[in-house]
Design a protein. Structure first.
Length: 317
């Protein structure tokens, strides 16, 4: 009597039933072959084969022996590349309801319809056993993995034109690079760039690994400003005629500044820190004498760079 577990599907039941029938036929053929061999040995002194089974297949001490026939299973495979630990969906040549078993389980995110989502953290071969036309078949997916990281740093990220910048490549597991520097492209490992004109630029990197995986870096903004400058008179005449009465400083592209004016003896005579301020040529409440006065300007430009400027102004009376 044949007992079948309830867990078997109808297709699996057919496979089991056919296999048991095949074994019963094999036992019958073996029995006939053994009897024929005995007769031939007694009367003819020879050994014969019957239906493909020779004497080497028959155990004389065992009247019946189960002959296991090797069934060549259908086999196919696919190779994929998984980049940077991302999950990838693969179309299977069968529906997942026909899967008998699969291994390993680690890295199999989902099975639905005829799709499998894989997310291995290392190179892995996944083996699926499934039913195809009533027989078991094998499907393998060889998943190679590669992790590439595209990173770089720049310091500073702003300057005044012309602005020269060196880029430090900090990528990992990459063998080639594609740079978009805002004004030009480059394939160098760590390029240098000169921004000759003021403006806003972005730097982006695409790094590629040996197997072909790519990673795109975070964009970094670069600001290039016009250099700061001042309008400064080279002389003034505080003689109350209404013309050129004061000394002043007018900044352009400057965040902040401080202008110190000194006399011939090194005494600080005045300090200016905005374009609204001016020196009227007096010192300690009295008119300063004619002569050359030194000014020293400490300023910060739009790129947050601190700089100095030294010059002289002539006071004439």
């Amino acid at each position: 009597m044949l007992f079948v577990k309830r867990s078997h599907t109808s297709e699996q039941f057919k496979v089991i039933f056919v296999e048991m029938k095949r074994k019963e036929r094999t036992k019958y053929y073996l029995s006939c072959s053994m009897k024929l061999n005995k007769i031939a040995s007694l009367f003819l002194g020879i050994s014969v084969s019957f239906y493909g089974f020779s004497q080497e297949h028959i155990d004389a001490n065992q009247s019946q022996r189960e002959f296991i026939q090797t069934i060549q299973k259908e086999f196919s495979q696919k190779s994929i590349l998984v980049c940077n630990g991302e999950a990838i969906s693969i179309a299977l040549p069968f529906d997942v309801i026909n899967i008998v078993s699969y291994a390993p389980k680690v890295g199999v995110v989902s099975l639905e319809g005829n799709q499998v989502a894989l997310q291995p953290n290392e190179t892995t071969t996944y083996r699926f056993t499934y039913l195809s036309n009533g027989s078991e078949a094998i499907y393998e997916i060889k998943a190679a993995t590669e992790f590439v990281s595209a990173r770089f740093s720049v310091n500073p990220t702003s300057g005044t034109a012309p602005f020269s910048l060196d880029v430090l490549n900090e990528s990992e597991n990459a063998v080639s690079y594609k740079w978009d520097l805002g004004t030009e492209l480059s394939t160098e490992t760590s390029p240098s760039i000169l921004y000759s004109e003021p403006g806003s630029h972005q730097i982006k990197l695409i790094a590629k690994g040996a197997l072909g995986c790519e990673d795109v870096s975070i964009k970094k903004d670069i600001q290039v400003f016009e250099e700061g400058e001042f309008f400064i008179p080279n002389a003034f005449t505080p003689n109350f005629d209404g013309r050129n009465e004061t000394f002043f400083v007018i900044p352009k592209n400057i965040k902040e500044f401080s202008c110190l004016v000194y006399n011939q003896h090194g005494d600080l005579v005045t300090t200016l820190s905005s374009k609204e301020e001016a020196w009227d040529g007096s010192f300690n409440g009295y008119p300063a004498p004619s002569g050359s006065y030194i000014y020293k300007i400490q300023y910060t430009n739009l790129a947050n760079e601190s700089k100095k400027l030294i010059g002289a102004v002539e006071l004439r009376r």
